[in-house]
Design a protein around this ligand. Sequence first.
Ligand code: GDP
Length: 193
Amino acid sequence: VSCAKPIRCEFNKNPMESDYDVIYKVLVIGESYVGKTSLINSMRHETYTRNLMPTVGVDFVNQDYDVDGHRVRLQIWDTAGQERFRDINKFMYRGTKGLLLVFDITDKNTFDSINYWMRTLAEADIDSEEVIIVGNKCDLWWQRKIKLAAAEKLAKYHSSKYFETSAKENTNVTELFSQMAYDLVEANNPKLL
Ligand code: GDP
């Protein structure tokens, strides 16, 4: 009820054992505590943990999708614990095709920082093909500080899509990552679709 519906969701979401046609590197970034690690866990259908310890170091997981018969692997990097750009090793950004830029809809500071992230990425000449802005924790609708219209406006300004998710309740999480896989295929090789 309180979560915006995904803009588009036309996806096969059958994870596969092995083997893929294309692989895309996707980075999950945003301020501390917005739920980056939780989103990845939720995408993996791993149990939501109420009090996750802040992530130390950087890690990635692979998740496979079937985009209209094409086997797509997302290599998803969690940057939690290294939120400040200057602390993030440049190698982490190398080859990044997709960015999930996450804020917490109950925390205005994390929303305001989206512009900061966009600027920093631009200044560092990091030019990803697909950026999706993500308003997480939409299960906490009564604590909402950021109106849907404001978030959509920001996303439009940055030519991004906007999703609202709840890692806790697994709302729109599959759709979010599926959309990223779909968009990356479309951006890289439209004739595949
Ligand atoms: P990260 O630092 O961005 O990786 O954030 P975490 O994934 O560690 O989450 C920070 C805190 O927010 C943890 O206590 C999570 O349990 C909580 N959290 C994450 N996602 C959600 C969500 O969708 N809803 C609610 N209510 N809490 C969340």
